[in-house]
Each structure stands twice: as structure tokens, then as C-alpha cells.
Ligand binder design. Structure first.
Ligand code: PMP
Length: 352
């Protein structure tokens, strides 16, 4: 080892799902939306004048923030935007999880949380989900340096009621509680209304799933004005121009088209409900999902085998070789046609 390596910040990075180059596959592995973004997004991209790229973007993303504030019924000063919710959550870890006490999150959850904790030297502890992958709210009523979990949870898809979440927020007035609502638009109820009652709550959402814009990288947080100010102070101390100007423009168009948003999220919900029936018929077991994916296991065939066999048939789903979940597959909800191809493949694989 070279001497300079003693001073390197060494981390074990997050591993994103595969993004294969082959266009010929059915891609159900990274919870993307199978439908295109809103028409206004296409229009802006078509008419965009590249000369605009000479200038730096608006560092405070004013127009996008205004559109989000109108949509969610809050003030502009209550919204923070970032380059995907990964950027927003990473900034929030840096800003709010700054104590010697451990931040807490579930043992089975978004696998980026422990990576951010490690890279920012934030102490953390995990709390085990119960055998049905549910959060026990009493686990979160203890001394801690902050709390984060997704609702619905990932990769399980399990949704927790606002009552349960409110109990956790209420019992922790001295720390920030972050609810990662990446998948909330597929049938859950957002806890944004709880912001009226609690100043220690930060709600994080993304355009990557319900707004079909994973490639554009837009995420946002909604919270009390003071929280948003602190987030901005940190952001402007790292990189003022995070979101490019074109992305800000298409983001506005996506937020404005409420009817398209409702239409596509409802289509995904309908396909998901149909998928649940079909997967049950095929003998799969899974916790109920309120997200755009289902976390399944089969009593007769291992998840890793099914994963490989699907891949051989050019159908990509997600598999983690990790304790407690290594016999599960996370299947993203695609179009009805893609799902039918998946069901046929599964039938074939399971009949062997
Ligand atoms: N939170 C959860 C729970 C997720 O599953 C994801 C998607 N990987 C994200 C946040 C980040 O999404 P994005 O950065 O695309 O907004």
C-alpha cells in the first residue's frame, strides 16, 4: 500500500441496478416507469435552444420549486430540489444527521442509507422489521440521532399507515425524521400534511418513478422553512449549480400535467393488482405492495435460480444476496404486455 492511501476516504459504494445496453430486454429491475414522461416534457426538449447552455442555470431552481409548491400546497420556502432524491437524501444526511448518537433505520431498506452513513461518518443502527416486513414503531422510540425510512419501504413494497408514522415523528421531537416517499404515488398517502403539525419532519420524493423521469434526475424534499434553509446552506457550500437548466424546465412541465400523472400512476396500480393475482396463482408469496414493484418468493424454487432463468430469457428483475432477503426477487411493474411475457416465462421456469 502507498503512503498516500492512508489518507484516502475508503468506502464500500452503493451498487445500482444493471442498466443493460441491449434494447431487446424486458427491464423490470430498477423500478423505472414503463410509460413516457408528460407531453410538455417532450415539447420543451424538442424546442430547446442550445444557446441557453452558455449560461449557468438558476441556482435556486425557482420555477421548478414554485410549480412543486403549488402542486403540494406549501410555500416555495418549504421545498428543496436536488439531482434525484439520492442527492436530496445525501444532502439531508450531511445536514441533519450531525450528532454522536446513532441514526436509525430498518434492517431491510434502501441500501444507500448505510452507505451515506459510512461516507459521512455518521453512527447508525438498524432495527429489524418483523416477520411480515413491518416496522415496529416502538423500536423508534429510543435515544437516537435521527430517523429515516421509506414509505412504502423498499425493496419490500410494504406501506405503513400515517398513524404509525405520526407516532414515530411525535415521539422524536429533538431529531429529524425523514420519510423517503419515492414510491408514495402508487396508492399510499403522503405524510406532507403532517408538516403542519411537526417541524422535525422532512418528506422526500422523486420524479424517477411516478413521473417517468429517472434519467432526468429530479428529487425534492418538503419540510419546515428552517429545515429547508439549513439544507440550502449545505447545498450552497458544496455545489450551487446542481440542477441543469434544461432539467429544471422539463421538471416544471411534468409537475403541471396532473391528469397525465394520475392516468399513468393509475395504470401502473391496475397492472400491479393484476400481477398480484397472477403471481398468487403461480404459487408466489409476497407482502402486499403499494409501490410499483412486488417483492416475491417461491416455495419450490430459489430466487437466485429464478433470477438467472429470467435473465436467460432477457427479463431483468432485481436480486440481493443478503441476509433475510436472499430468497426474494423484486419485480418492477411494467406494461401489461411486459408483465404477460414475465408470467409466461415464470410459468415455464416453475414447470421444470
Ligand atoms: N429512495 C428509494 C427508497 C429508492 O428506491 C430510490 C431509487 N433507487 C431512491 C430513493 C432514489 O431515487 P432517485 O435518486 O432516482 O430519485
Amino acid at each position: 500500500m502507498r503512503n498516500w492511501e492512508n489518507n484516502v476516504r475508503r468506502v464500500c459504494p452503493y451498487v445500482p441496478g444493471e442498466q443493460p445496453k441491449d434494447k431487446d430486454i424486458i427491464k423490470l429491475n430498477t423500478n423505472e416507469n414503463p410509460y413516457p414522461p408528460a407531453k410538455g416534457v417532450m415539447r420543451v426538449l424538442k424546442d430547446y435552444n442550445a444557446d441557453n447552455l452558455r449560461l449557468y442555470p438558476d441556482p435556486s431552481s425557482e420555477e421548478l420549486i414554485k410549480a412543486l409548491a403549488d402542486r403540494y400546497g406549501v410555500k416555495s420556502s418549504q421545498i428543496f430540489v436536488g439531482v434525484g432524491s439520492d442527492d436530496v437524501i445525501s444532502m439531508a444526511f450531511m445536514t441533519f444527521f450531525n450528532s454522536d448518537k446513532s441514526v436509525i433505520f430498518p434492517d431491510i431498506t434502501y441500501s444507500f442509507y448505510d452507505v451515506w452513513a459510512e461516507v459521512y461518518n455518521i453512527p447508525y443502527k438498524t432495527k429489524p422489521l418483523d416477520e411480515n416486513f413491518r416496522i415496529n414503531e416502538n423500536d423508534y422510540i429510543c435515544e437516537n440521532g435521527g430517523i429515516i425510512f421509506p414509505n412504502p419501504n423498499a425493496p419490500t413494497g410494504v406501506y405503513e399507515s400515517l398513524d404509525k408514522i405520526e407516532k414515530i415523528i411525535k415521539a422524536n421531537p429533538d431529531v429529524i425524521v425523514m420519510i423517503d416517499e419515492a414510491y408514495i404515488d402508487f396508492g399510499g398517502e403522503s405524510c406532507i400534511p403532517l408538516l403542519k403539525k411537526y417541524d422535525n419532519l422532512l418528506v422526500i420524493q422523486t420524479f424517477s418513478k411516478s413521473r417517468s423521469m429517472a434519467g432526468a434526475r429530479i428529487g425534492f424534499a418538503v419540510g419546515n422553512e428552517r429545515l429547508i434553509k439549513y439544507l440550502n446552506d449545505v447545498k450552497f457550500s458544496v455545489n450551487s449549480y446542481t440542477m441543469n437548466s434544461l432539467t429544471q424546465k422539463i421538471g416544471v412541465e411534468a409537475v403541471k400535467d396532473e391528469s397525465y400523472f394520475k392516468d399513468t400512476t393509475n395504470r401502473i396500480i391496475r397492472t400491479r393488482e393484476r400481477a398480484k393475482k397472477k403471481l398468487l396463482e403461480l404459487g408466489f408469496i409476497f407482502p402486499d405492495s403499494k409501490s410499483n414493484f412486488i417483492f416475491v418468493s417461491h416455495p419450490n424454487k430459489s430466487a437466485s435460480e429464478i433470477f438467472c432463468e429470467l435473465k436467460n430469457r432477457k427479463i431483468f428483475v432485481r436480486y440481493w444476496d443478503k441476509p433475510r432477503i436472499n430468497n426474494y426477487l423484486r419485480i418492477t411493474i411494467g406494461t401489461d404486455k411486459e408483465m404477460d411475457t414475465l408470467f409466461e416465462a415464470l410459468e415455464d421456469i416453475l414447470s421444470d
